[in-house]
Design a protein around this ligand. Sequence first.
Ligand SMILES: O=P(O)(O)OC[C@H]1O[C@H](O[C@H]2O[C@H](CO)[C@@H](O)[C@H](O)[C@H]2O)[C@H](O)[C@@H](O)[C@@H]1O
Length: 263
Amino acid sequence: MTRPTQQPTNGINGPLRDAIGRLTGVETLLIASDYDGVLAPIVNDPAAAFPLPSAIDALQELATLPRTSIALLSGRALVDLARLSGLGGEALLVGTHGVEFDDGFAIPPEAAALRAQLLDELRPMVTAVPGAALEEKIASVAVHVRNADPDAGEKLLGGVADGPGSWPGVHSTAGKKVLELAVVKTSKGTALDVLRDRTGADAVLFAGDDVTDEKAFAVLRPGDVGIKVGPGETAAEYRVDDPEQIVGVFALLAEERRLHVGT
Ligand SMILES: O=P(O)(O)OC[C@H]1O[C@H](O[C@H]2O[C@H](CO)[C@@H](O)[C@H](O)[C@H]2O)[C@H](O)[C@@H](O)[C@@H]1O
């Protein structure tokens, strides 16, 4: 279908605008998004990181369209992802950096034992640094230092990385003022491949802002669209500045795809 020349573009121009135009016409489309820093602006309290209402509106509108699926792919525990995003059956939700699908995840007993050891080691380390906090998830533990003195926080993260973060079977990933220690292998890339298969998508749009999202950008294929939100090195082909701009992308895609596929 030819795009009307006067169609609003939500301020999105150039190659990204063209890429969105190409996605509108694919037979089966998957829109997958990271949560924190993409749908929800970064805030000091992880428990209060709510999404931009307009982001959820745009994703929900996309989910109503034929042959169009939406997914959230997050480092969050699945239960927290569902609660904070407010999305339910209309979205495929995957938590803990790609291991926790909504059809169930059971942590292997030896990994559960390792996680318990990790918590025993980390609690006194974190308690000793005012403002630092532990976030417990089913197969990982996150050490947060956003609210700690910057030097003390960096020192804590260094000590955690060199200490429990280097134990056999522990997989450490640095994020935004956080070090995540997982007791199972995690990969948003593997999870995105699973989502692609499950939805039968001919093309995928993935948006992410952090280091762990690079594994998802790495599995994108020709015809897919990867969008990095904010600064930092990336393998993504496109970039927007902030969550408000990614809302613009989702809204434009919803509007154009509705015209193309009908409802
Ligand atoms: O994969 P994501 O959905 O981007 O989740 C990554 C981590 O996000 C959360 O931490 C980050 O956001 C917090 C709220 O804005 C912020 O306070 C913290 O400094 C950031 O690191 C979340 O708490 C983690 O569990 C996620 O893994």
